[in-house]
Design a protein. Structure first.
Length: 102
């Protein structure tokens, strides 16, 4: 009947709109994770003159400042810089999941 056909079409339109909304939200989240690729989005700076490495994603008090020579020799300091980043990423993913799902 016409009523059933109309209800199917309305239902399909609603599902399409929900799908578009979800895709848009996912795109926004993906863009936040990926960034723009601009040079100003520094990740890590290696200063050979001062013998330091700074990870710009870490909080500013120490700023991920480490001894370059030790990192280049593989003495584990790079891992010490990576662990807080893993925790930071995990927290952000949980936060995004909660926001996205609710």
């Amino acid at each position: 009947s016409n009523k059933a056909l109309a209800l199917q079409q309305v239902s399909r339109k609603i599902m399409e709109e929900k799908g578009k909304k979800i895709a848009k939200e996912r795109g926004i989240l993906r863009k936040q994770y990926m960034g723009t690729g601009d040079r100003s989005e520094k990740i890590r700076s290696y200063n050979f003159l001062n013998g330091t490495v700074v990870d710009h994603r870490l909080p500013k008090p120490d700023g991920g400042l480490s001894a370059l020579e030790d990192i280049m020799n593989g003495e584990g300091l790079l891992q010490d810089m990576i662990e807080p980043l893993k925790l930071q990423e995990y927290r952000q993913r949980v936060k995004d999941y909660v926001v996205f799902e609710l």
